[in-house]
Design a protein around this ligand. Structure first.
Ligand SMILES: [Zn+2]
Ligand SMILES: [Zn+2]
Length: 342
């Protein structure tokens, strides 16, 4: 595919898409019903449908029976960890293998012209972003994902969560499935904004931001506190009446869905004419500029409401620069004030 039909490439070879990142169309006023109708399939396919498919596969093929899950032991949690790790290895690993190791698509649609393996740095374990990100994912974040999963399933099994049945309340549960990505967006925005406060950033979130040029292995490369808080989104289903399948779906939006923002390519080419949209650009800009796009790509436009939205355009860039200048001026004024008080 010719990526220059969809965007531009600068002198460094970095590619950026034409147009702007649009927030979900149901926020438009007056309402644009046709746009919402067009947006719906994109909302469901392929990513959310994929997360639902894996949730169902887990429930019917992987998750042990309720009797087993009533008791906390080592056996079934370790088994769940093995499945989670294997699934991530296959899913993230195949994107890494084809698009980063074999580079089947070369640089087409790639935001940053460089590949992480070309940029060794002291901030990473063994000076390698790939090794560092891989180890943090498999030895820190996926174990914590599993901790959340075990806690959640154990609560459903022992009756301490209110378990709603599909045949009794199908519409309620269908609605809950439909809004699970909204729950994800709000939860992620809040914890993400929290760990961007100066102290917590230094202690916790800087680990994730070491990857300025992220690849799929960066997705779950997190400090343990972030690894737990991020996956803890599934625990909302212990608070609201829910069902373990919906809770698993919520967990998979986080665990498997983390890859979306870190693919590094706007589109993954499938054939000469067809490609899958990654929805990665908003979060790519977050890795590039740090203080924009704390949420996702505009399902709930929290960043717009809080003034931190970067829509990928020149105007978005100008707004960000103006905000950075304001912040700098504020900090300078503050330090001048403390100096004069001495
Ligand atoms: Zn990230
Ligand atoms: Zn961040």
């Amino acid at each position: 595919m010719d990526d220059l039909k969809f965007g531009t490439r600068n002198k460094r070879g970095d590619w950026s898409p034409n147009g702007r990142i649009e927030v979900a169309p149901f926020w438009a006023w007056p309402p644009k019903f046709l746009k919402v109708l067009h947006w719906l399939p994109e909302y469901l396919f392929p990513w959310n449908a994929f997360h639902m498919a894996t949730a169902l596969a887990y429930w019917y093929l992987v998750v042990p029976d309720v009797e087993t899950m009533k008791t906390l032991s080592w056996g079934w949690p370790l088994y769940l960890y093995a499945v989670n790790a294997a699934a991530i290895f296959v899913m993230y690993g195949s994107i890494e293998l084809f698009y980063y190791a074999k580079r089947v698509q070369g640089n087409r649609f790639k935001y940053n012209a460089k590949f992480p393996s070309e940029q060794p740095s002291d901030v990473f374990w063994f000076k390698s972003q790939n090794i560092d990100n891989f180890m943090r994912s498999f030895f820190i974040s996926i174990p914590l994902w599993t901790v959340v999963e075990v806690l959640m399933l154990w609560c459903f099994a022992n009756g301490s969560a209110s378990w709603v049945n599909w045949n009794e309340h199908p519409y309620y549960l269908a609605l809950l499935v439909f809004i699970a990505p909204v729950i994800h967006e709000v939860h992620f925005f809040l914890i993400h904004r929290l760990i961007h406060t100066p102290l917590l950033y230094k202690w916790i979130h800087s680990v994730h931001h070491n990857s300025v040029n992220p690849s799929p292995w960066s997705s779950l490369s997190m400090h343990p506190v972030e690894g737990f808080l991020y996956h803890a989104v599934a625990l909302w289903h212990l608070v609201i009446p829910s069902n373990p399948i919906v809770a698993l779906f919520q967990l998979h939006i986080a665990g498997f869905g983390a890859v979306n923002g870190h693919i590094g390519f706007e589109k993954l080419e499938v054939t000469e004419e067809t490609a899958v949209d990654s929805h990665a650009y908003a979060h790519y800009l977050h890795h590039k500029y740090f203080e924009v796009n704390y949420g996702g790509d505009g399902l709930i436009p929290l960043d717009k409401w809080f003034g931190t939205w970067h829509d990928g355009t020149k105007e978005g860039d100008a707004q960000m620069q103006a905000r950075f200048q304001e912040k700098k001026a504020r900090l300078n004024a503050k330090s001048a004030e403390t100096a004069s008080q001495r």
